[in-house]
Design a protein around this ligand. Structure first.
Ligand SMILES: *[C@@H]1O[C@H](CO)[C@@H](O)[C@H](O)[C@H]1NC(C)=O
Ligand SMILES: *[C@@H]1O[C@H](CO)[C@@H](O)[C@H](O)[C@H]1NC(C)=O
Ligand SMILES: *[C@@H]1O[C@H](CO)[C@@H](O)[C@H](O)[C@H]1NC(C)=O
Ligand SMILES: *[C@@H]1O[C@H](CO)[C@@H](O)[C@H](O)[C@H]1NC(C)=O
Ligand SMILES: *[C@@H]1O[C@H](CO)[C@@H](O)[C@H](O)[C@H]1NC(C)=O
Length: 471
């Protein structure tokens, strides 16, 4: 019994022992699994380490944001505005970095006009800001570069693309205005035909609030509504989301690119004015003879003909000599922008005294002819600037058929002083030489007649004047 009991108890004891053993093994296995799990996914030491470093990161993050806040505040305060017009460079006002925004160099791609773009790699991602709106002293207007995150709190951010144009001359004259804004037209064709949201105009760093109506309409034809920025929302910095600055004319632009730019200006102006020039080059009269359109483009005031009637008569006589030749005499000031585009679109030969009205030559088809007249004194005293329309004819694909310098007139009182003599003669009147004008007109009309006959037979007129503009 005892034995049995013992045995029983032993057996019971034995049973108890195996249960404990089982539980121990189970717990041990569980422990191993947990350990293994930890070894597999992250060691317990690492875990405690990473918890500590996470706490540290959390602390440093707190510190970083304090630092960032204080740095941003410093950045906003550190903007240095420099004068737009830098008098140290008055002797080289139009060369290199010019006296306008003189601390910055242009970006120059081969055969394109120089320009500055903000924000860009060259600006280290900074935006362009202006402050000041003086219209008489360019040294009172200022500029600075700023990161978008560090703009002064008072700054006005102007969204979209802004065209900034500074000129040494002016934005009202047809010729000078065109020289100032033409590079934007080319820049746009190279940049997805982008259009500006607004324009900012400067002359020697002085703010200008308007451009001439002719220039404005030409730009409207290219870019849609022209909005001029006047910075009239308080004396605060104005910063541009994106800005292109042009402070050189088109001198560095290659000849091919100039031709393309003038093709686009012509195409856009014609389309804006609802003129369809298709078939113009093959225009013929009822007897099948090619039409030649000769236009005397007159002006008022200075540099007009002393006797416009007699000059008109000479050209009328020569035109009448050639079948198909039609003479038209127009007063440029009396024509709206679109009438000027229309008249010149329908002109094969333009004859005109030197003056900004000649800028309209760009609306003629390529290969059309230009004849020019100068008052006495220009040849001697006007310097190379008098050839501006010779160059323009060349750059816009026209044929410059020569010029006549009036040899007759009063002599300059102080012939040694070039500037004084030029101002003496600058606004003189233009006489005439009947023999010379008649021979010259005859030669040019005959040449154009031959070109037109060739064009009619080759049927290739207007090859550059496709109705679809580049942009
Ligand atoms: C982080 O900031 C706290 C208080 O904001 C400061 O006590 C601590 O010294 C700072 N640590 C460092 C490394 O700047
Ligand atoms: C601009 O160009 C000049 C001459 O090449 C150079 O000395 C100057 O460091 C340049 N300035 C900047 C801001 O790049
Ligand atoms: C212009 O020339 C014509 C023809 O020679 C002459 O009749 C007329 O009087 C002249 N006009 C002026 C203003 O000199
Ligand atoms: C006109 O431009 C061409 C190049 O396209 C040049 O060869 C020629 O000399 C230029 N003529 C004048 C008068 O500038
Ligand atoms: C007028 O032009 C002709 C032909 O070019 C020339 O022979 C003559 O000398 C000129 N007359 C004057 C007064 O200049």
């Amino acid at each position: 019994m005892k034995m049995e009991h013992h045995l029983k108890s032993c057996t019971r004891n034995k049973n108890k022992m195996s249960t404990i053993k089982f539980i121990s093994i189970f717990l041990f296995t569980l422990f191993l699994v947990v350990i293994l799990f930890h070894i597999q996914y992250s060691s317990p030491f690492d875990f405690s380490l990473s918890a500590r470093s996470q706490r540290q990161i959390f602390l440093s993050q707190e510190n970083y944001s304090v630092v960032i806040k204080s740095m941003t505040a410093k950045l906003k305060d550190s903007l240095t505005f420099l004068p737009l017009k830098d008098l140290r460079f008055r002797e080289t006002a139009t060369t290199g970095h010019t006296w306008f925004m003189s601390s910055l160099n242009d970006t120059h791609k081969e055969n394109e006009a120089e320009h500055l773009y903000f924000p860009s790699k060259a600006s280290k991602g900074r935006l362009l800001c202006f402050k000041g709106r003086d219209t008489k002293d360019g040294t009172k207007n200022t500029y600075a570069l700023a990161w978008r995150e560090g703009l002064p709190d008072s700054a006005v951010l102007l969204e979209g693309l802004t065209f900034v144009s500074d000129t040494y001359f002016d934005h009202t004259n047809l010729w000078h205005g065109l020289c100032a804004v033409a590079p934007f037209v080319r820049w746009s064709t190279k940049n997805e035909c982008l259009k500006p949201t607004r324009w900012v105009l400067f002359h020697w760093g002085e703010l200008r609030l308007k451009m001439g109506s002719w220039i404005q309409q030409l730009m409207q034809a290219n870019f849609g509504e022209v909005k001029l920025e006047g910075f009239d929302r308080g004396d605060v910095p104005y910063c541009f989301e994106k800005a292109v600055v042009m402070r050189h004319e088109i001198s560095k632009m290659g000849q091919e690119n100039k031709l393309k730019m003038f093709d686009l200006l012509r195409c856009k102006a014609r389309s804006y004015c609802g003129i369809n020039p298709a078939g113009k080059g093959r225009e013929i009269n009822e007897r099948g003879v090619s039409i030649i359109r000769l236009t005397l483009l007159m002006r008022r005031g200075s540099r007009t003909f002393k006797n416009a009637t007699i000059v008109t008569d000479i050209f009328a006589k020569e035109c009448a000599r050639v079948e198909g030749c039609i003479l038209r005499v127009v007063q440029s000031e009396d024509l709206s922008f679109c009438d000027q585009v229309k008249v010149l679109t329908n002109t094969d030969i333009v004859a005109s005294p030197v003056g900004a009205q000649l800028t309209n030559m760009l609306f003629m088809d390529r290969e059309s002819s230009v004849m020019q007249f100068y008052p006495k004194g220009w040849l001697e005293y006007a310097g190379s600037g008098q050839y501006a329309y010779h160059w323009m004819a060349n750059q816009s694909g026209m044929k410059h058929q020569g010029a006549w310098w009036d040899p007759i007139g009063e002599e300059c009182p102080s012939p040694q002083d070039q500037w004084q003599c030029f101002s003496f003669h600058k606004d003189g009147m233009v006489g005439h030489n009947e023999t010379h004008f008649a021979e010259w007109a005859r030669r040019v009309i005959d040449q154009v007649r031959l070109i037109k006959m060739e064009q009619a037979s080759a049927d290739q007129a207007n090859k550059h004047d496709s109705k679809t503009c580049l942009c």
